[in-house]
Design a protein around this ligand. Sequence first.
Ligand SMILES: [Zn+2]
Length: 431
Amino acid sequence: MILVIKNGTVITMNEKRKEKYEKLDIVITDDTITSVEENYQGPYDKIIDASNKIVLPGLINCHTHLGMSIFRATNDNLTLQDWLHKKIWPIESLMTDEDIYYTTLLSCLEMIKTGTTTSNDMYFGINGSLKAIKETKIRSVFSRFLIGNMDPSSLEKIEEFRNLVIENQGNDLLTFTVTPHSLYTCNQEYLEKCQEIASEFNLPIHIHYCENLSEVEEIKKNYHKLPAEVLQELGYFKQKLILAHGTFISEEEQELLSKFDVSIVTNPVSNLNLGCGIADLVSYQKNGINVCLGTDGQGSGNNLNMFYHMSLVDQLQKAKYQDPTVMQSYDVLKMATINGAKALNLDHKIGSIEEGKKADLVILDLNSTEIYPTIDLINQVVHNVESNNVDTTIINGQILMKNHQFSFEIDESELVKNIDRITSHLMSEKK
Ligand SMILES: [Zn+2]
C-alpha cells in the first residue's frame, strides 16, 4: 500500500537537509517512509493533499503516566510529596485494570488529537493500559512501574514486568524501559534489582530524578552522596538512562552525566504546578546532555498536548536567563521529536521525516484566524498551535485521525460516561 502526502510544507527535523522546511512529497510504503522528494510522480494507492498545510514528525512524549487522566489538574496548592500522599496514592490503590483501561484510552485519544505519536509511559494496571494502547495503535515505550523495598509485593512487580516483556516481543509499536519510581521511593537493594533486569533484557532505565529540592536533600541524607553518584553506584550508567525531571542537577553532576548515555526529560508544566523549579536546560545542553520533553501525567501536567508544553520550555529558559537568545524554537522542536527518539533508543525508526524511518507524522492546518498569519513557521509551530490545528495523525503508516476524525471505531460519549463512573466511584471509596 503506497500512501503519498502531497504538496505539504514539511519540517523534516532531518539534520542532513539544508533547509529546516521545504515543499516536499512524502511517499509511505506500508509502515515506512520510502521517499521524501519534490513533486513525486510515481504510483500510489492513496493520496493526502497537504497543500497549505504543515507536515512534521509525530511528537514524542518522553515522560508520562497515561493511566492518570482522571487526576487531571488535582494538584492545586499542594507540594509534590503532599500531592502524592494525599491525593494520588490513596486513590491509585483502589484502581482496577479495567479502570486503567479507560483512563489510558482517554489519554491515547488526547495524544492522537494533539499530534503525539509516541509516549514513554510508566504506570501500573498494565493489562488495562496495554489493551488501550494496542486498540488505539499508538507507538508506546511501555513499562510497569517498580516501587518498593524488596518486600514480596515489590518483587512481584518485577516478575510482572518480566512477563510483560517476554509476552510482548515482536510488536513493532511496543518497546520497553525498566522504571524504578525514584531513588527516594525504592531502597538500594531494590534499585539494584531493577538494574539487573534492565541489564538482562538490555533495556533503558527510566526513573523520576531530582524533581524538587526536598527529594535531592533526602537522597543526599540517605546515601551521603550526590544523586548522580548514587546512579553510578547502582550501575545505572551501564544502561541507557532516561531521567525524568532533573530539575536540580549541579554542575559537577552534569559533568558526570554527560560522560554516559543519559537523557533528561524536562516536564515544565508539572514542575511549575508543583512549585518544583525550573531546570537549567541551557546548561545541560551546553554540557552535551541530550534534553527531551515530557508532559508528566495530567495530574501535575494538566494535559498531554505537547505543543502547549513546548511553548513553555522555550519561554522559561529565556526568563530564567533574562536573555531571549539562549534558546531557539527549533531547539525546542528537536526536544519534542528527534531528541526524544534518541532518549528512547528509537532514533533509527522515528523522530524525523526521512527515508527508511517509520511513518509517524502529523499534519497541521494553521489556517485559522486566531493564529493567522504564519510568517515564522517554526516559531509559530512551537508557540501557537492548538489542538484544533492538528488535522491528521499517522502512526506506523496508519492514518489514525484525518480531518479531525478518528479512523477507528470509538464511542467517545460512552468513554466519557465510563470515566465519570470511575471517578465518582473512586472518590466516594476514598472517603
Ligand atoms: Zn512522573
